[in-house]
Ligand binder design. Structure first.
Ligand code: NAD
Length: 492
């Protein structure tokens, strides 16, 4: 780690070398706990992306011709070097995007296990033989695309980078990654380890920069066969519109406004813990799967909200690098401003503020450097109007809204009543009810009597405007493979 006052430059990683941006510009990376610039990343553009794509093209041709066992071996070595440097990696990520080490530590260790899972999948890529005629051999095969692009958001960049890149490599592709301009440093730190793992120069390239410069150049590049995008629904829409000209293959993992539904027959202690963990301690609400809408059966509405208030009151806000911190700051100044605007909007829309609403200057003493950080305390609104903007729009901060319901049908209607469909939680002891709810909820993941649990072996993706791709699970490599059918007429 660097001394507090030092600003460190982290260049792009292109063709196995660390390079400054072609045009020479830099973007400041700010530690959100203190508001101080601690690093700089290159302001890349189309010229940098082009250099990275050329390198990836060259390296990918050799990589796809290596055996699956060979590719798997390289990935297993990558998992080892990630584990060997895990502490450095989680500390950098927590410094750069403010996520508490209580979260970044398991995220890095989990990512190492996911790399190993993808290594195992490399040797399971199969096609099918289809018997159509005695005179022919007809079969299907799965092939790598060639060069693929990966665009990553700032809320969990390192784990996402390792998951996406290891899947794309296991499938036999070369990769160009565009990390988030607000939190690229953990990805650029892991870049230093790629050669040690035996990843050939040029196979994985990292080009930093703003979305409108480096991101769009990657989407536009004719030699990038597919882009896997994770980020907001608004940007996903722009990328989709931009790709109509070149018909680029896209998979999209987008935003959410997920309901966490508590029935009167639930274990209310467990539900209150799950509700608070789903929105507050989970990345300070900066998670696509945040349970930001708390739907509560009317007979237990006040009781449940009191229990959530008690738990929220015990969450320690503080330095993300301190293991006792439960919630760090928001990741950067504009996100802080956006969440603060929603705090005002909730009141202006007529919702009742049940608790919370304070920000850094009200939370920390004048002599505490965290007072300049982007902290918002756990906040809960309540309303009966699911049409309010705070009920419909992704806030992406530690701000939830509680809405009462009376029947199962009403719970489903409210839960499904947004444009999103990423995740949902159900708290109930009634087995029939939880099965009916799991079927009726339009969400890519439904948790019952738990929340915010993900595993690399279980598919993850969004319904509706939360996206279209599926990552994780036994078919995790399919996102990075193309189908081919072969018909060999050999006569009888
Ligand atoms: P964002 O859409 O602003 O940016 C995401 C990435 O896209 C960044 O790297 C950015 O530079 C790039 N980008 C921006 N404009 C672009 C353009 N025109 N062309 C190409 N690239 C462009 O999202 P964000 O604010 O960084 O991340 C938060 C969002 O990500 C939330 O909506 C959250 O729900 C979502 N998210 C979804 C998942 C999921 O798996 N579904 C996971 C994490 C985050």
């Amino acid at each position: 780690m660097t001394a507090l006052d030092t600003v460190v430059d982290f260049p792009h990683y292109i063709d196995g070398e660390f390079r400054e941006a072609h045009a020479g510009g830099w973007i400041d990376s700010v530690n959100p706990a203190t508001g101080r610039t601690w690093a700089r990343i290159p302001a890349g553009d189309a010229a940098d992306v082009d250099a990275a794509v050329s390198a990836a093209n060259r390296a990918a041709r050799a990589w796809r011709n290596r055996t699956a066992a060979d590719r798997a071996g390289v990935l297993r070595r990558l998992a080892v070097v990630v584990r060997d440097h895990a502490e450095e990696l989680w500390r950098v990520e927590s410094t750069d995007n403010g996520r508490a080490v209580a979260e970044t530590r398991p995220a890095v260790l989990g990512a190492a296990m996911q790399i190993e899972f993808h290594a195992g999948l490399a040797e399971t890529i199969t096609g099918q033989t289809v018997s159509l005629a005695p005179s022919a051999l007809t079969y299907s095969a799965l092939e790598p695309y060639g060069v693929v692009g990966v665009i990553i958001p700032w809320n969990a960049p390192l784990a996402m980078f390792l998951a996406k890149v290891s899947a794309a490599l296991a499938a036999g592709n070369g990769v160009v990654v565009k990390p988030p301009e607000r939190a690229s440093v953990s990805i650029l730190t892991v870049a230093r380890l790629l050669e040690d793992a035996g990843i050939p120069p040029g196979l994985v390239n990292i080009v930093c920069g703003e979305g409108a410069a480096a991101g769009e150049a990657l989407v536009d590049h004719p030699d990038v066969a597919k882009v896997g995008f994770t980020g907001s629904t608004a940007t996903g829409r722009r990328i989709t519109a931009r790709s109509t000209g070149n018909m680029k293959a896209l998979s999209l993992e987008l935003g959410g406004k997920s309901p966490n539904i508590v029935f009167a027959d639930a274990d209310l202690d467990a539900a209150a813990v799950g509700v608070a963990a789903g929105i507050f301690t989970g990345s300070a609400g900066q998670a696509c799967i945040a349970g930001s809408r708390i739907l509560v059966q009317d007979s237990i509405f006040d009781d449940l909200l009191e229990r959530v208030r008690d738990i929220a009151g015990q969450i320690v806000l503080g330095d993300p690098l301190d293991s006792s911190t439960g919630m760090g700051p928001l990741a950067f100044d504009q996100q802080y401003a956006k969440v603060c605007d929603y705090l005002d909007l909730g009141v202006a829309e007529g919702a009742r503020r049940v608790f919370g609403g304070r920000t850094a200057p009200e939370l920390f003493q004048a002599d505490n450097p965290l007072r300049n950080g982007y902290f918002v305390e756990p906040t809960l609104f309540a309303t009966e109007d699911n049409g309010l903007r705070i009920c419909q729009e992704e806030i992406f901060g530690p701000v939830a809204v509680a809405v009462p319901f009376s029947s199962d049908d009403q719970a489903v209607e409210l839960a499904n009543g947004t444009a999103y469909g990423l995740a949902a939680g159900v708290w109930s002891r009634d087995l029939g009810r939880v099965h009916r709810m799991a079927g009726a909820l339009r969400a890519g993941t439904v948790w019952v009597n738990t929340y915010r649990r993900l595993h690399w072996a279980l598919p993850f993706g969004g319904h509706k405007q939360s996206g279209n791709g599926v990552s994780n699970g036994p078919d995790a490599l399919h996102e990075w493979l193309e189908h081919k059918s072969v018909w060999i007429e050999h006569g009888v």
